[in-house]
Design a protein around this ligand. Structure first.
Ligand code: SAM
Length: 177
């Protein structure tokens, strides 16, 4: 079981990127996301996606220090200053549950202390969305790419067309091109 903790969320400035953190967490196989600042719009957006596209993914809000204190499992903090993922992923994979922490603009130093693993996805600066996606992919070794979410909305993979099934809406098959 993997829970993602997104810290440093500022509802006005980080709306889009935190939404992407949540959507990537869900699509790439995590079970839940905890965001450190309450944001009702974000909650609604993520819950609407879960409702239509399926899965058991949940979003909750809690101060990050409290989450770290009460977490019963290993904590992985994604940071460009950490040890290379290639060297540690086998060891990380042996743990369950895992809390994966991603930051925003400024990451408090206590996080580096609290984490069991400080892990880099390359030692270059980039994005929490990319770091999370690569981490989850390495963690699940690609298996999550074939996960069936069982939602009422489903893409019908196609080479040239945009096709989806909307089971809730009388199995309508839409073609958008
Ligand atoms: N400069 C900030 C700091 O460390 O205090 C980080 C800013 S970065 C835009 C936001 C988040 O993206 C980081 O907290 C980290 O979780 C993630 N991130 C960015 N580059 C990364 C890398 N190379 N490896 C792992 N995570 C990374």
């Amino acid at each position: 079981m993997i829970t993602v903790l997104r810290i440093g969320h500022r509802p006005q400035r980080d709306k889009r990127i935190t939404t992407h953190v949540c959507l990537v967490a869900r699509a790439f196989g995590a079970d839940a996301v905890i965001v450190d600042t309450p944001d009702s719009t974000l909650k609604e957006t993520v819950e609407d996606v879960v409702k239509e596209w399926g899965g058991d993914f949940s979003i909750t809000f809690q101060p990050w220090k409290r989450v770290l204190k009460s977490w019963k499992g290993k904590i992985v903090h994604l940071t460009m200053y950490g040890l290379p993922i290639e060297d540690k992923i086998a060891e990380i994979r042996e743990n369950d549950p895992i809390l994966v922490v991603v930051g925003a603009e400024k990451v408090p130093p206590q996080l580096y202390e609290a984490a069991d693993f400080n892990i880099s996805i390359t030692s270059q600066p980039h994005s929490e969305v990319a770091a999370l996606a690569v981490f989850l992919d390495r963690c699940f070794q690609g298996a999550q790419l074939r996960k069936d979410f069982g939602g009422s909305l489903k893409i019908v993979p196609s080479e040239r067309k945009k096709l989806f099934r909307d089971i809730a809406n009388q199995n309508r098959k839409a073609k958008i091109i």
